[in-house]
Design a binder for this molecule. Structure first.
Ligand SMILES: Nc1nc2c(ncn2[C@@H]2O[C@H](COP(=O)(O)OP(=O)(O)OP(=O)(O)O)[C@@H](O)[C@H]2O)c(=O)[nH]1
Ligand SMILES: [Mg+2]
Length: 302
């Protein structure tokens, strides 16, 4: 992941450790840095932004003439990542769950995203994760659109012993979601996870449907599940969902299968929303809380 970017950063650290770079050399490094970011699926506007920040920092560094520039440049790159990446605060989410449930109400999370991004798998992983922390959940099978969707979530949920509320195919997804909320309330289940449909094309109908569910259910959180493999189109889709439906957090699925890794950087930057988890495989335990450290270790190596 981000191999080329890593190479450029290593080159910079090495050179700056021994001498001061000229303006022209800085410019060359910055141009290459931007090209490598784009080649690694970072959106062009984000690469431009990062390039400008790097140039500004390098100029500053050049003027300061540090004794040990390599440590300094690492620090600088760390700041760069800290500035642009947002990491979701899981503890804060858990606190919100506790707050809501102490008032006798279930905490409701709506999951949205394009077709095949990993929503259903992620929901079951999150149900498993929350259960281990002592927060049982109930799942609403509100994807009444895709053939097999209800059986898929029922089967997966069975493996984590989480109940699914479902109706027939073609039923109103908002009604299924409401049913699940009522059931959670009646049975004192603290969390409701709502699975929704994707579409091959992220069209107005899909966005309208998500908006309706949101309006009816009034969830405490909306989580967008994006596919890391979709690169720039995942970023565009996330932007559309955010503009049209409104999202609070991002989960980036399939990071294990993503050779380039740039989508995490662009998706967080361009939506302005924090990444809460990343999906790193198809098994239940393949969910990691997202941290900036993860991206830093990808960029700078061990
Ligand atoms: N390697 C890998 N595969 C994943 C991950 N998350 C999901 N998948 C796979 O991606 C495929 C689609 O996952 P689903 O969870 O069904 O996606 P979805 O968004 O619910 O799809 P629709 O309901 O059709 O919109 C499945 O084969 C999953 O096993 C992940 O983190 N890593
Ligand atoms: Mg699904």
């Amino acid at each position: 992941m981000l191999e080329g970017v890593k190479g450029i950063l290593r080159g910079l650290v090495k050179e700056l450790g021994t001498r001061t770079l000229s303006e022209k050399e800085i410019q060359r490094y910055v141009e290459n840095f931007k090209l490598q970011l784009v080649a690694n699926d970072v959106a062009v506007e984000v690469a431009e932004d990062l390039g400008e920040r790097l140039a500004a920092k390098l100029k500053e560094l050049r003027l300061k003439r540090f004794e040990d520039s390599s440590a300094e440049i690492r620090k600088m790159m760390t700041e760069l990542i800290d500035d642009i990446l947002q990491e979701g605060d899981l503890e804060e989410v858990l606190e919100k769950i506790r707050e809501k449930t102490s008032g006798g109400e279930p905490f409701v999370i709506l999951f949205v995203g394009p077709n095949g991004s990993g929503k259903t798998t992620t929901i079951v992983k999150i149900a498993h994760y929350l259960k281990r922390l002592g927060y049982p959940s109930i799942i609403a099978a509100a994807d009444t659109f895709r053939a097999g969707a209800i059986e898929q979530i029922q089967k997966l949920a069975k493996s984590v012993k989480v109940r699914v509320v479902s109706q027939r195919y073609g039923a109103d997804p908002a009604a299924v979601a409401m049913d699940a909320v009522m059931s959670a309330k009646a049975n004192n289940i603290p969390v409701v996870l709502i699975d929704t449909a994707g579409r091959t094309e992220v069209d107005r109908n899909l966005l309208e449907e998500m908006r309706k569910i949101k309006r009816v259910v009034n969830p405490d959180l909306v989580i967008y599940v994006g596919d890391a493999l979709a690169g720039n189109s995942a970023v565009e889709q996330a932007r559309r969902f955010n503009e049209y439906v409104g999202i609070d957090y991002i989960v980036l699925a399939k990071l294990d299968a993503d050779a380039r890794g740039g989508s995490a950087i662009s998706i967080s930057r361009l939506t302005g929303k924090p990444i809460l988890f990343v999906g790193v495989g198809q098994e239940l335990g393949d969910l990691k809380p997202f941290s900036k450290e993860l991206i830093k270790s990808i960029l700078f190596g061990p």
